[in-house]
Ligand binder design. Structure first.
Ligand code: SF4
Ligand code: SF4
Length: 259
């Protein structure tokens, strides 16, 4: 464990991603000063070019594995990290770039790049947990900054992070939002999506589109049956399960059922 003489070191790493989850950490503003007081930020290129050598006590990893180089780099980071936490839909479920998993990547590179032979890419975009041991996965696209601070605080106090695994529906009830699916017949992925956003979309009369990924034990089959009653076709249901968390097992399995 980290010695009493020094602060624990924090490293933040980026793989295939949009940087939005790292921005959530920068967006912590006042709290970031407290975090910086409690840990030594040893590697966080989005915030500072100063880099301290490892090993690191806590590594936060954003992004998915999409290249052979990434696959090697994550092994080195794991070896150099006491605890490794993945943050966001890309790192925990492959991200929007996991849509390639259902298509022909070589065809994409042929169409997009003038010299596709220079592109070194893997056929699939995969979550970090498919490559190395992960100590905790924090969901969201992007992550909720309050939940991120809870994860860092839990690490500092040597306890398990208190992150709920229940559905967005409970957050609707907690904020007295009338259910858009029941009241308006709007298709909503809230019943199978993990809480964490505060049920923002239903509060604005929109259905949830699942950016926090599957909740614990999601009943996707029952939800799809309900969507069918609402008149949502098979292709639209498949698309709904293939967005930011297309690579999450529960969502990818349900999407296949509608193929
Ligand atoms: S609006 Fe969506 S998330 Fe909210 S209670 Fe209804 S089904 Fe659940
Ligand atoms: S899509 Fe769902 S999980 Fe994402 S912010 Fe909207 S309600 Fe929350």
């Amino acid at each position: 464990m980290p010695s009493k003489q020094r602060k624990p070191t924090l490293a933040v790493w980026k793989f295939a991603s949009c940087d939005g989850c790292q921005l959530s950490l920068l967006d912590c503003e006042d709290e970031l000063l407290q975090v910086a007081g409690a840990v030594q930020i040893a590697n966080f290129l989005e915030a500072s070019s100063a880099v301290l050598p490892g090993p690191y006590d806590l590594s936060l990893v954003e992004g998915s594995i999409t290249t052979p180089h990434d696959a090697e780099r994550i092994q080195a980071i794991r070896k150099n990290s006491r605890f490794l936490v993945t943050i966001g839909a890309c790192a925990t479920a492959g991200g929007i770039q996991a849509l390639r998993n259902f298509a022909d990547v070589e065809e994409f590179t042929r169409i997009v790049y003038a010299k596709p032979e220079y592109i070194k890419t893997l056929k699939h975009s995969t979550p970090i947990s498919e490559h190395v041991k992960v100590d905790f996965e924090l969901r969201g696209c992007p992550i909720n900054k309050g939940q991120l601070l809870e994860v860092i605080s839990a690490f500092l106090h040597k306890r398990r992070p208190n992150i709920p695994r229940h559905s967005v529906c409970l957050e609707c009830k907690a904020r007295d939002t009338v259910c858009v699916m029941v009241a308006q017949g709007t298709p909503c992925l809230g019943p199978v999506t993990q809480a964490g956003c505060g049920a923002i979309c239903p509060a604005y009369q929109r259905g949830c589109y699942g950016c926090f990924g599957p909740q614990e034990n999601p009943n996707t089959v029952a939800l799809s049956a309900w969507w069918t009653l609402l008149g949502v076709g098979e292709a639209a249901q498949q698309r709904a399960f293939r967005t930011y968390n297309a690579g999450a097992r529960a969502f990818s399995k349900e999407a296949e059922r509608h193929g």
